[in-house]
Write a protein that binds this ligand. Sequence first.
Ligand SMILES: *[C@@H]1O[C@H](CO)[C@@H](O)[C@H](O)[C@H]1NC(C)=O
Ligand SMILES: *[C@@H]1O[C@H](CO)[C@@H](O)[C@H](O)[C@H]1NC(C)=O
Ligand SMILES: *[C@@H]1O[C@H](CO)[C@@H](O)[C@H](O)[C@H]1NC(C)=O
Ligand SMILES: *[C@@H]1O[C@H](CO)[C@@H](O)[C@H](O)[C@H]1NC(C)=O
Length: 418
Amino acid sequence: MTMASSQNSLLLIRSLLLFFVTIIISSATAQTSFRPKALVLPVSKDSSTLQYTTQFKQRTPLVPVKLTLDLGGQFLWVDCDKGYISSTYRPVPCRSAVCNQARSKACITECFSPPRPGCNNNTPRTDGKSSGRVVTVKKLPFTCGSTSLLEGLANGVTGMAGLGRSKISLPAQFSAAFKFPRKFAICLSSSSSENGVIFFGDGPYNFLPGTDVSKSLIYTPLILNPVSTASSSFHGGPSTDYFIGVKSIKVNDIAVKVNTSLLSINEEGFGGTKISTVNPYTVLETSIYNAFTRAFIKAIANITRVSPVSPFTVCYNSKSIGFTRFGPAVPEIDLVLQNSSVVWRIFGKNSMVPVKSDVLCLGFVDGGVNPRTSIVIGGHQLEENLVQIDLAASKVGFSSILYFRQTSCSNYNFTSNA
Ligand SMILES: *[C@@H]1O[C@H](CO)[C@@H](O)[C@H](O)[C@H]1NC(C)=O
Ligand SMILES: *[C@@H]1O[C@H](CO)[C@@H](O)[C@H](O)[C@H]1NC(C)=O
Ligand SMILES: *[C@@H]1O[C@H](CO)[C@@H](O)[C@H](O)[C@H]1NC(C)=O
Ligand SMILES: *[C@@H]1O[C@H](CO)[C@@H](O)[C@H](O)[C@H]1NC(C)=O
């Protein structure tokens, strides 16, 4: 299964090797100097795995690399078994600071085979300068995975791009390299034919027709889970996932009765709410799932349900549901945050999933009893919303659905220089 395989990949790579690579990436602003104010990467949705992928170029020679995006992932890893020959790969010296940050248990000290990443000591030839829209990031640390780890990842993908709360994730590396604020934002497109975007660095986040989304974000504190949420105990230290404090859930403004102790993180690191791009749909602990779906069914009691379509349990004939600018006209779902006036509101576009012709299902899944994390906000609920992680201020900014602002995540003008 896709989700399980990606989790396995995430787990296995913790023990793998760490290397440096040079990549080429677009900057958000036209530059004449060496330092861009922000960097942008396109994000596309893979329609078969529902993963979000991003692409940049490694050199030398220039090779485009497509990676699955992992918001909570610790680092960047790529498959080094197949087709990777570059004169700019360099091993990270053992016991180096970078290596320690990666908590890698297996640091390379010598070459095992030519010519492989890590087995070539050529100095990177790129000069690290930005030329208009494209910049080069030298010495970006990454981990070498093997082809078997790619199982379950989207077609054409050769690794994963971790954006997590670690010193060697992409946001941390870019902020360090370009001295821009420790902030980044993701905006996932709901369409697999139109790109969304990731911004590294500060706003403005300009979307057509001229909307700076950074101006209208709602903020909630970023919460640190002190216990790793990686799928094994192999990796110590705090979690690299991004947690927020959901205090309650409302459907049509009525609070869903849930066991509130599940909403906070306990000493063992269980519970709480995190944001994930590797879960296609929001996952709820069983008792929360049951209470939530009951509340939802009750709120649209006048519409007849149809046979459920896995992995969902609550489905309707879409012909009996009206449509609005924000998707199907269904009850609004609120994730109530630090206080009752700070709410992440989920409209039909983000709550309902068209599973086949005429069938719409409530796009949340049952996460079982006693899961590691009680609520995992997944991709479908994040689409067409801009979510900013501000590590320096320890807060998360969110926009709710951009359709409210007459724009969408695919409306970033990648060819614009201003
Ligand atoms: C609420 O959840 C906590 C944590 O899982 C559990 O220990 C407790 O028994 C639950 N309370 C009720 C009333 O179910
Ligand atoms: C169901 O009830 C809601 C709210 O009461 C109403 O807006 C909607 O039109 C009703 N739908 C149908 C199919 O009767
Ligand atoms: C709720 O939280 C926000 C942001 O933290 C704050 O500005 C606001 O005053 C709070 N509102 C209430 C009613 O406490
Ligand atoms: C995007 O920006 C470019 C360069 O400024 C401009 O030529 C193009 O018309 C813009 N695209 C749209 C759809 O506005």
